[in-house]
Write a protein that binds this ligand. Structure first.
Ligand SMILES: [Mn+2]
Length: 407
């Protein structure tokens, strides 16, 4: 009887609490066992308050990117819409040196835990991507087989496409200057959501670009990497079989061959942070033929970050652009846990500054690849760098809708 009484007591108590209007003045939230615990941030103006995830949930619970809600986008939550989704592609059977990027998505999520610890406001970009009104979710990982590359590459394309062709959660809204309604910049005229893919080795960008092509047609690409990744299969890997010809050093060659990326008269595609040795100068001619311009890593000493940003913006213009970031663009001093490290790279600070310089560009989707956590330090240097780099990408995306004013 005593047990029953206490149950009844709790019930009445709970009703009383839920009927109570929630305000930050509450001394102790009566529903403190609710998970995850959310606190109230007073905001900048009188009477304003914002719900924030607090420090005590940063290191507890199931890990998603930046503590975003996990949505099972590819199975039971197929009807769920969103504006920006994080999506893992745990594939690493296209690597030439160190394997291990299949653990990249899990590692990057772990490295992202602290992103909302102080609220997530991006000071230089003057935006809080987590409170910008967009619906952000973590869609988990695409199921990827480790036994058959051909099959895995199709899985990645289909998984990405499935999300890309879902309608965006939020309408495009109006142009901030003219107030005129925005129309989509996609080729199919639809308002697509954006996907930030967590790799995976760089091979995944071939199926990702196949998916992007289905909505945007041939796309401009900004590619940060120490390597070209446009090598001919006969040069990179020797192409002993059709399958071996598609790997993390050749996928851009194939993307160019398939017409997935912009090429020809209007050069609109470029690499940044290049510093690899070559099989010979012909590699650069081959890279030219794939449509890329190059910014060498060492140019940061002469141009600075401002000069590099200028070069990127002049190349891409206001075209829709896909952004692919190989973590090896960052120097191994800052990001050692990667498949093919190259010394002489940019610092994490320099890459973050350059990414913020993309503010205003129409980045239709993005990825970060080649994070192989097994080679990281115990301090999670690389996964933290990867997560923080994506925070800049997310902030830039949150500021610029994928729309234009109709002519
Ligand atoms: Mn690469």
């Amino acid at each position: 009887m005593r047990h029953q009484f206490s149950t009844l007591f709790c019930f009445v108590f709970a009703v009383a609490v839920s009927a109570h209007d929630h305000h930050h003045q509450d001394q102790v939230p009566m529903d403190y066992v609710k998970y995850p615990y959310q606190a109230v941030y007073p905001g900048d103006n009188e009477g304003e308050y914002l719900i924030m995830v607090t420090a005590d949930s940063i290191f507890s619970g199931i890990t998603t990117f930046a503590r975003l809600p996990w949505v099972q986008c590819l199975n039971k939550d197929r009807d769920t819409t969103f504006d920006i989704a994080f999506l893992g592609a745990p594939f690493d059977t296209g690597t030439s040196y160190r394997p291990g990027a299949r653990f990249g998505p899990a590692g990057i999520r772990a490295g992202s835990r602290r992103l909302t610890l102080y609220g997530g406001y991006n000071v230089p970009l003057e935006v809080n991507p987590f409170l910008s009104g967009l619906k952000l979710v973590d869609c988990g990982d695409i199921p990827v087989t480790p036994y058959d590359n051909n099959f895995a590459i199709k899985q990645i394309e289909n998984g990405h496409k499935e999300l890309l062709h879902r309608p965006a959660f939020s309408p495009l809204g109006n142009d901030s200057l003219t107030g005129e309604p925005l129309v989509p910049i996609s080729l199919d005229g639809k308002n697509h959501p954006r996907i930030i893919t967590l790799g995976g080795d760089h091979t995944i960008v071939l199926p990702l670009l196949r998916s992007i092509h289905s909505a945007y047609g041939p796309i401009s690409v900004i590619h940060f990497d120490s390597h070209l990744d446009t090598w001919k299969p006969s040069v990179f890997g020797g192409a002993p079989s059709e399958q071996a010809a598609i790997n993390h050093g050749t996928y851009f060659y194939w993307a160019s061959q398939e017409g997935l990326i912009k090429n020809g008269s209007s050069i609109a595609t470029l690499h940044g942070a290049i510093r690899t040795t070559l099989s010979g100068p012909a590699d650069y001619l081959n890279d030219d033929a794939s449509g890329f311009q190059r910014i060498e890593a060492r140019e940061i000493d002469t141009l600075g970050t401002d000069g590099i940003i200028k070069k990127i913006r002049e190349t891409v213009g206001d075209r829709p652009v896909y952004l692919s970031i190989d973590i090896d663009s960052i120097d191994p001093a800052f990001a050692p846990a990667t498949g093919t490290p190259e010394t002489g790279g940019w610092s994490t600070r320099e890459l973050r500054t350059i990414l913020r310089g993309l503010d205003g560009l129409h980045i239709v989707s993005a990825d970060i690849v080649e994070v192989a956590p097994a080679y990281d330090t115990n301090a999670e240097l690389t996964t933290m760098a990867a997560a923080d780099v994506l925070y800049e990408v997310l902030s830039v995306m949150a500021k610029t809708p994928l729309g234009k004013v109709a002519n």
